[in-house]
Ligand binder design. Sequence first.
Ligand SMILES: *[C@@H]1O[C@H](CO)[C@@H](O)[C@H](O)[C@H]1NC(C)=O
Ligand SMILES: *[C@@H]1O[C@H](CO)[C@@H](O)[C@H](O)[C@H]1NC(C)=O
Ligand SMILES: *[C@@H]1O[C@H](CO)[C@@H](O)[C@H](O)[C@H]1NC(C)=O
Length: 436
Amino acid sequence: MQTFPLIIGLFVAGLTNAFQENIEKATSCSRSPLVREAQLVCSAPQAKRQRQTSFKDDTPGLWKKSDQRYQPPSDYKLPPSWKGPEKCFQEFCLFSNPNFGEGMSLITTSRIAYLASKAPVTSISGLQPTAYYEAEVPGKGAGLFANRTIHRGEIIFQRHPVLAIQSTPHLDLDPRVREELYQAAIDRLPQETRARFLRQVGTTMYDKAEKNAFRIFLDGSRKHSPHLGLFPEVSKINHDCRPNIHYRITDFTHTTVAVRDIHPGEELTVSYIYGKTLHADRQKQLHEWGFNCTCSQCTLPPLEIGASDNRIRQIKALENEIETLMAHPGGKGVKPEMGGKLVELYVAERLDAYLAPTYTRAALLYSMFGSEERARVFATEAMAALEREVGPQAKDIESMRRLAEDPKGHWSWGIKVTSGTGASEVGRNETRRSGK
Ligand SMILES: *[C@@H]1O[C@H](CO)[C@@H](O)[C@H](O)[C@H]1NC(C)=O
Ligand SMILES: *[C@@H]1O[C@H](CO)[C@@H](O)[C@H](O)[C@H]1NC(C)=O
Ligand SMILES: *[C@@H]1O[C@H](CO)[C@@H](O)[C@H](O)[C@H]1NC(C)=O
C-alpha cells in the first residue's frame, strides 16, 4: 500500500485497527526528527507534568531506528561558545551556553550536547510582549492574560528549553549531588533567565524541575533521548480543562498557539490533562498535581457538568463505533454523518485544542461518500486546525488543501458511494489517486 501522510495514512490503513487512538497520537505528537514531544503529550495531549519517575520505562515503538541525519561526525567538537563537559556523572555532564537564545544549560551526553549546539537558535517569536501581561491569580500564583484580542491561530510565543536534563542523572544521582549540579546549571544561565527559572513553582531545584518539566526527546536514537525540558515562560500558563492555547514541541522549540479568539483580560491557559476526561476523573487527575480543579469546566452548574459528561461519553462511543466499522473491509456501515456529528460534539464541548483529527476524518468521510460541499468545508477547517495543532510542517495539510480545492480529484473521492437510498458500496472502479 502506498504511504499516505500520517493522519490520513492511519485512516486509510485503518481501516484496520485502533485508528482513533493513533490519529490522536499522530496529531498531538511533533513529527520533527530531532526532538520528539513527550510521550505523555503524545498519548495524553496537553498533559504537562508527568511524574518523572516513569521516565525510565521508555515507551516502546515511538522510535524504531535512529535517524542518520542526527549522527554527529566521529570527531565532533562543541563550538567554543559552549562550556563543558564539566561535573560529569557517568557519561552525563553539564554543558552550557549563556548566549544560545535566552541561554541554555544541558545535563546530558556529549553527543546530545553536540546535536543541541547545532540546532538553530529559536528566534524568539510570537506576539509582541505588550499583547499579554502577567498578573497574580488568587490561589494559583502568576498567570498570563491577554492585553488585546488574540486571534485563533496566532502564535503566542516560541521558546527553547533553558535547561534540559537527561532522565538518568535526574533519577539516579544522589540527591545532594543532584541539587548542586542543577544549581550549577542554573548559575550558568544569564541573570534574567535564571530569575525566570527560579520564579517557577517548586522548593528545590529538583522540585522545580519535577513540577515544571515537559518531557522531550532530543534525538532519534531513543537510548539517551528522554529529557526533562524546562521552559520557564511556558510554566506561567495555568491550567484549564478547556484551554485556549495548544502547545507543541518541534526540535528545540516549544510553540504555544491560540486555539480560539482570546479576549482582552482573559487568562491564557493550557490543559495539564487529557481533554476527553469525565468530570470526576479530571478532579482526581488534577488532584494528583496538587490542586483542586476550579477551571471553567469544573465549576459549571451540576446540570451542565452532567451534559458535558454525556457529550464526552457520546464522543467516545461514536469514535469507537467509527473505529469498529472502519475495521471492516471497506469500512462497511460507516456513514459520513458520523464525522459531522463528531465535529458538532467536539465544538459543543469546546475541545478547541483537539480538532485536527476530527476535521480531517470528517472531510475524508464526506469525500468518500461524494459529498462535495461538506468535504470542502471540513477540509478547510482541517487545514487550519492541523497548522495550529501540529504545525505548518504537518504533511496532511497538503492533502487537505487538495481536497478543499478539488474534491473530485482527491484520492478519497467517492471510494464509497451513496445511491440516494442508503449507502451501497461501489468504489472499486473509482479513480484512486495517490495521496502522496
Ligand atoms: C497593554 O497594551 C497597551 C496598548 O495597547 C500598552 O500601552 C500597555 O503597556 C500594555 N500592557 C502591558 C502590561 O503590556
Ligand atoms: C481541595 O478541596 C478539599 C475539599 O473541599 C479540601 O479539603 C482540600 O484542602 C483542597 N485541596 C487543596 C490543595 O486546595
Ligand atoms: C467497473 O468497471 C467495469 C469495467 O471498466 C465496468 O464493466 C463495471 O460496470 C464497473 N462497475 C461499477 C460498479 O461501476
